[in-house]
Design a protein around this ligand. Structure first.
Ligand SMILES: [Zn+2]
Length: 798
């Protein structure tokens, strides 16, 4: 009895000393017109951690912009003292190896499992990272039974934000504009240095630093649940939660889907119970595409999902009337999957934070109650995945080390290892044995996607098969591997030792060429061959080794090439496609300059540049940009007619304009090129492709622009054009879709016949220069390595 009294006094004292968010920030998170930056948030959590032994801050690394990145573990002091031990148990259960059913049950009973909740990565969806502040405080300080039970049964892995750079950018932008005419104006830059919204499209490829940090930390803790908050609810719903819309990948363990659905309906029930109406399910968002960082974990048996809470703009409140609702929902009728329709009224940041807080609490409450079953199921899903691929093909994948582009194949192996996939090596190949816990992920990334016939249009791309996109030879093994074969394999943790021929087949050769040129060497191209002179042999060898290349004898010293003076157009309507291109240029050491509207309008472009690249964009966006009055004046407008004229002069004077995907239509229209778009004006039943992989054939293999490309590369086609040339066309058809059959290799394509025989890539002679039209996404999300050469080759003077 006495002990109990002492305990109560002690906790009351401890709680009293714990600072509230408003005592540190001067605002309650969610206040109208106020946004905490990431720095504010971390500053608060440091004070919170200094005042309580129920929270432990851990550094997980740095962000793209070099910011220190911290997360919190919140639980009882007793549980936190055993964090390393529980993490270790969690990892062992996740792999399921050497643990029988009885042991798994015993471990699931004993462990205090980890649940990941985060403050989102889409930085303009501002409530995400505001709600984690209050949630963190209450999880640490509250003495209510619900919170106590969470601390007793779970360890909460709380990420204040999974895009710290973006949170700072958006909060600072809003602070600058709040109270002005531009209070709700869009940010004129990407809120992740390179990829903006596509930071949630990098879940399997892990190109961005943030994706890698999150994945590494997640493999370290192996959480039961990975929950990311977003703010794009289908209107007038207030929050979109699982069950998600179909289709769904067949490579996820069914238990993941069962828990997703249970969690989603639990959130809706919890919110209704707490007076928050308007939860909506199974609308708009499917999870067919595995690139979402908040979905990919399902393939590693962490129940991973997102919710979408309603958003107006930033921290500005808004009043909605029922008249603004879609006609079908103005009657405010209950639906099976929208049981408590929202009735309109004010919607404030505080409301979004409240819904998110409730949703997070619902997930924690459920996990605290069912943690033992959830933990056992995580083990069970891993074990059954191993057993499945012991009995059915593919039993393994073999990736020869001798390849058209072997360093890119090595890169793919490294990506898999970052996901905890076991990669082995034989004398001449890399081997992935599929009887391993995360094998579903390998199959998901390696097999061609067959999109089911559905009424609903796909939300994102429908095909992504990495060996196709990266032009890598992979063989699926359809008979069980022998013990002898297995014995000859060595488990590896890196792809060291690869030295592929230094020629234009390897993308890495372009990086090496750029490094040799930068070091003052001379480089010559003859077809796919590369010759080097005027530079120390040791220097060349060092550069090649670093790029996993080796010198090969060439017949002749080719014509010396110079790096083009390159400009990359950068709009104030920030474009992830531009960002990805910028990132790839940096990764491959291409020198370039960003060109803003004013730079293009300033003219004399030919004096300064040899090549200008326009990434995927509509003509309207390039010409008009942001409408005046919607953004601070310096960000309004596009390049305008003046800019278009300057670009035309640039090509007339001998420059090369390279256009990606729909930016090609800008060039066709503005320069009146003798080219038409064969899929213009078709409706969605006649032709539709939201992203699939198509085969093209290289028509002009002698052209310097196609050097190094495979004879039949696969490209990412996404809502783009297909070209037909008119009689007066002068130039070259670089690549064409096959005439006799559908070009589809992976994903969903309606109206394939519309593409058959049409040109996919053109080199159009114009004045003294060239316009290179690429009717696809040659650098798609940093994945389509097999198509990079379509623009890499244009980056040298010819
Ligand atoms: Zn989002």
């Amino acid at each position: 009895m006495r002990r109990a009294i002492f305990f109560c006094v002690w906790t009351a004292l401890a709680a009293g000393a714990v600072p509230t968010p408003e005592s540190v920030l001067g605002h309650k998170p969610g206040d109208d017109f106020y946004l905490a930056t990431y720095d504010d948030s971390v500053g608060y959590f440091k004070k919170l951690a200094a005042s309580s032994n129920r929270i432990k801050l851990v550094s997980v690394g740095k962000t793209t912009q070099g910011r220190d990145w911290e997360i919190a573990f919140i639980s009882s002091p007793e549980n936190l003292a055993q964090l390393d031990r529980f993490k270790d148990m969690s990892r062992r259960l996740a792999l399921a190896r050497g643990i029988d059913d009885a042991q798994a049950h015993a471990m699931a009973r004993e462990i205090k499992p980890i649940v990941h909740i985060d403050g989102g990565l889409h930085a303009t969806e501002v409530a995400n990272a505001q709600h984690t502040i209050q949630l963190g405080y209450d999880l640490v300080a509250s003495e209510e039974p619900e919170y106590k039970s969470i601390r007793e049964n779970l360890i909460v892995e709380l990420w204040f934000s999974i895009n710290p750079d973006g949170q700072n950018m958006v909060a600072n932008w809003y602070r600058q504009n709040v109270g002005t005419a531009y209070e709700v104006s869009p940010l004129p830059s990407l809120w992740q240095e390179y990829v903006g919204h596509d930071n949630n499209r990098d879940g399997y490829m892990l190109n961005m630093i943030e994706s890698r940090v999150i994945t590494k930390a997640t493999l370290d803790t192996e959480p039961l649940v990975f929950y990311t908050h977003h703010q794009s609810a289908p209107f007038p719903g207030r929050i979109y939660v699982p069950p998600f819309a179909d289709p769904i990948s067949g490579n996820m363990h069914p238990l993941m889907l069962r828990w997703l659905n249970l969690i989603g309906t639990t959130i809706a029930q919890y919110l209704d119970q707490h007076g928050m109406a308007g939860s909506m399910h199974q609308e708009t968002f499917d999870v067919w595409y595995p690139g979402y960082i908040d979905n990919i974990g399902n393939f590693r048996h962490t129940i991973s999902f997102f919710t979408e809470t309603a958003l107006y703009r930033y921290a500005t409140p808004h009043f909605y009337t029922v008249n603004e609702f879609p006609q079908s929902r103005q009657g405010l009728e209950s639906e099976m999957l929208y049981a408590s329709p929202w009735k309109g009224g004010w919607w404030r940041l505080a409301d979004a934070c409240r819904y998110m807080y409730g949703a997070s609490m619902a997930v924690l409450d459920l996990s605290a109650k069912y943690h033992e079953q959830m933990q056992y199921n995580k083990y069970r899903a891993a074990r059954e995945t191993i057993e499945k691929f012991e009995k059915e093909p593919p039993y393994a994948y073999i990736i020869p080390r001798e390849q058209h582009d072997a360093p890119t194949a090595a890169l793919l192996m490294e990506k898999l290892m970052l996901h905890g996939i076991e990669v082995r090596q034989s004398s001449n190949a890399w081997v992935i044995l599929m009887d391993q816990p995360f094998a579903g992920l390998v199959k998901e990334l390696f097999e061609p996607q067959k999109y089911p016939q559905l009424d609903q249009r796909p939300y994102d791309v429908t095909g992504w098969t990495l060996p196709y996109q990266m032009d890598i030879e992979v063989h699926a093994v359809t008979t069980p591997p022998t013990q002898e074969f297995r014995k000859g394999l060595e488990l590896i943790t890196s792809t060291k030792g690869l030295a592929a021929p230094f020629n234009r087949n390897a993308n890495a050769s372009f990086r090496a060429v750029n490094q040799i040129l930068a070091a003052g060497g001379t480089v010559g191209f003859t077809g796919d061959d590369i010759s080097v002179s005027d530079i120390a042999k040791s220097k060349v060898e060092a550069i090649l080794a670093e790029n996993r290349l080796k010198t090969v004898a060439v017949k002749e010293a080719g014509k010396a090439v110079k790096p083009a003076r390159a400009g990359l157009y950068r709009s104030w309507q920030a474009s992830a496609d531009e960002g990805w291109t910028r990132w790839i240029f940096e990764q491959f050491d291409f020198p370039f300059t960003n060109l803003y509207n004013a730079d293009i309008q300033a003219g004399r472009l030919r004096d300064k540049y040899d090549v200008i690249v326009l990434t995927d964009s509509t003509s309207r966006s390039i010409l008009e940009g942001h409408q005046p009055g919607t953004v601070p004046e310096r960000y309004a407008g596009g390049i305008g007619q003046k800019g278009a004229d300057e670009l035309r002069d640039f090509v007339n004077d001998g420059g090369t304009l390279v256009t990606f995907n729909n930016a090609s239509l800008f060039a066709i229209e503005q320069f009146t090129l003798p080219v038409t778009n064969a899929v213009a004006g078709l409706n969605q039943t006649q032709f539709f492709c939201s992203g699939c992989l198509l085969k093209v054939h290289i028509e002009d293999a002698k052209n310097a622009l196609t050097a190094g490309l495979s004879a039949d590369p696969i490209v990412m086609f996404e809502r783009g054009p297909a070209f037909e040339t008119k009689t007066e066309f002068k130039g070259s058809v670089l690549a064409r879709y096959p005439k006799e059959r559908s070009p589809l290799e992976s994903g969903y394509l309606a109206g394939a016949d519309r593409l058959q025989g049409k040109a996919a890539a053109l080199d159009v002679n114009y004045g003294k220069g060239h316009v290179i039209l690429l009717g696809f996404r040659p650098q798609w999300r940093g994945q389509s390595h097999g198509a990079y050469k379509f623009f890499f080759n244009a980056m040298y003077l010819r």
